[in-house]
Design a binder for this molecule. Structure first.
Ligand code: C2O
Length: 582
């Protein structure tokens, strides 16, 4: 099978319709089946009879349309709403891709030979895999990654461990190809929610083990792209070598090394000196990892449970800088900024796995940071999070169901990180002095939500009085919620949020008044799942530290300025939420 699109399978699919209509029911008699010859409930036996390669059949042209019964295949079926989300192995269908997407146009993995097995932790006597930063790992270390990618690329596309199929995993989990057990109309979407960190951890865990297996090296560890530390703020050199298997021609040519990454990138190249760029990047890291991540519920992203609408709200690291780095890397001259700049194709660039190893390292870093007298070593205890599960093929090409509970301890997963510090810990953004005089200049026009964010908008948001009456110590998290963020998904979105800075143009880049940025890649929604909108989500910005730094913690309101930077977006409203500390 080539990646030349859907046509080659159309004929065999049509020819099969009649036979399947009669026989499919036999194999799955316990639930009603609506027959779609290219959907996933074809049994292995049928495939053998027809002589069709399972890979070919899995390139479903349509998602199944019927009320396909649910089985999680792993004996952990959940059906009612508000439960863990379980990936339905029987229901992988057509991905929803943006216009002008590049082939392949499908991303379901090969159908498994048997039911998925439940994940088991590696043997504690396995060698510990030490992931090292790409910029200092050394030539031998990077050559191993090159060889691993070359070996994966050389596997037949029908092999679930091939690079082709590994790249497709990401596509299947972000385009609505996979659906939820019990909710065939709803996608398993692993962005914009509390699934972001654990899903990607599990994904690269299996990727790394497959690479190790192909290399015959059980200690093989992924390199990570530490774009958050000054020495790592460039595309690592081996990825830029056009004759390396790590090279991807679909990248922004202006961002080849030695160009420094811009964690605030939105289309426009800036004229900062290297020193400035590094400083601003570090401030963004501080803001997202510390200021905006005071608690687990803010750091991980919003809860997403079975039966609920997807994309409830991304955590601060996912939204910015993670999304920004995708856009910075992808080719801006392409309509969808492939490969890295759009989710369906991001896994096709070998740098994706190094990027996500860094995201995973940041998760581990956050958990070990001490803030005040408290460690961040918190994970949710919510079983809807812990028991949500995903499907991956392991290094033996067995399909495995892995839960979030399974991935919370990297010692038990037998890997670790080494080689860089966290210099952004000391990069608390400074207040822009000129802004010290709070608002005062004229009254604010009243704002009616929802609105289309076409120009910068400033409004006053009242703080719940309990907040300005309580001492700082007694305050829990005070959070500005930007609600009802809507975009049709056909363009990249970026808007910035400033606090107490009506003259936001005067704020230093990543200055203290800039509370955060909303960054969103192109994102088509499933035709059968929405009101025609690509993304409807929320953003949360923690105000505690900013209000302390701006000397505004006793004010009864904050001034919020929303500044559009790229794309068309609507905003549903603003409010301040809070929790009260002990
Ligand atoms: Cu699933 Cu970096 O995206």
């Amino acid at each position: 099978m080539t990646n030349s699109g859907r046509r080659p399978i159309a004929l065999p699919c049509v020819l099969l319709v009649c036979a399947l209509a009669c026989t499919a029911v036999v194999y799955y008699t316990d639930f009603p089946v609506s027959v779609s010859p290219c959907a996933y409930y074809l049994s292995r036996t049928l495939l053998a009879v027809t002589g069709l390669d399972s890979y070919i059949v899995s390139c479903a042209d349509e998602a199944s349309t019927g009320t396909l019964g649910s089985s999680d295949g792993g004996g952990r079926a959940k059906t009612a709403g508000g439960k863990p989300i379980v990936t339905d192995i029987l229901h992988c269908g057509k991905p929803t891709l943006p216009a002008n997407a590049l082939p392949p146009y499908q991303c379901c993995p090969p159908m498994p030979a048997s039911e998925p097995v439940d994940f088991r932790l590696p043997d504690p006597s396995e060698p510990l895999r030490t992931r090292r930063p790409a910029h200092v790992a050394g030539a031998d270390y990077m050559a191993k990654y090159e060889r691993a990618i070359a070996l994966m690329k050389a596997l037949p596309r029908s092999d679930p461990r091939s690079f082709y199929q590994q790249a497709n995993v990401h596509c299947a989990y972000c385009t609505g190809a996979y659906r939820q057990v019990g909710h065939p109309e709803l996608p398993v979407q692993i962005h914009f929610s509390w699934f972001f960190f654990p899903f990607h951890r599990a994904y690269i865990y299996f990727f790394e083990r497959i690479a190790g297996k192909l290399l015959g090296d059980p200690g093989f560890a992924l390199p990570f792209w530490s774009w958050d530390v000054p020495e790592g703020m460039r595309l690592p050199l081996p990825f830029a070598n056009a004759s390396s298997p790590l090279y991807d021609p679909l990248r922004n040519p202006r961002h080849a090394p030695p160009k420094l990454v811009d964690l605030d990138f939105s289309w426009r190249e800036k004229n900062y000196t290297d020193e400035q760029q590094i400083q601003y990047n570090l401030r963004i890291m501080y803001n997202q990892m510390i200021t905006n991540s005071p608690s687990a519920s803010l750091f991980y992203g919003q809860p997403f449970r079975a039966g609920e609408a997807d994309k409830p709200g991304a955590g601060p690291v996912e939204i910015y800088p993670h999304n920004t780095m995708h856009i910075w890397t992808g080719d801006l001259s392409l309509p969808n900024v492939e490969n890295m700049g759009v989710y369906y194709s991001a896994g096709r660039d070998p740098v994706f796995y190094a990027h996500h190893a860094n995201i995973d390292r940041l998760w581990e870093t956050w958990r070990n940071i001490t803030s005040g007298d408290q460690r961040h070593d918190l994970v949710f205890t919510d079983p809807d999070w812990l028991d949500s599960s995903f499907l991956f093929y392991d290094e033996e090409a067995h399909l495995v169901r892995i839960t979030i509970r399974d991935v919370l301890n990297i010692d038990k997963l037998r890997y670790t990180y080494d080689g860089v510090g966290i210099p952004w810990l000391n990069a608390r953004p400074p207040q822009t002095l000129i802004m010290n005089i709070k608002r005062k200049s004229g009254s604010l026009e009243s704002t009616r939500f929802p609105l289309s964010l076409d120009t910068a908008l400033t409004m006053e948001v009242t703080r719940p009085s309990v907040l300005w009456r309580r001492s700082e110590k007694a305050m829990g998290d005070e959070v500005l919620v930007v609600e009802g963020i809507e975009t049709d998904g056909t363009g990249i979105i970026k808007f910035d949020v400033f606090i107490n800075a009506r003259e936001y143009e005067k704020v230093e880049p990543s200055g203290r008044e800039m509370a955060g940025s909303f960054v969103c890649l192109k994102h088509q929604s499933m035709d059968d799942n929405t009101k025609g909108m690509g993304v409807e989500t929320t953003m949360r910005l923690a105000l505690n530290e900013i209000l302390v730094d701006l000397g505004a913690k006793e004010d009864d309101s904050v001034t919020v300025t929303l500044v559009p930077r790229h794309g068309n977006v609507r905003i549903g409203g603003l409010r301040i939420d809070y929790s009260i500390g002990d």
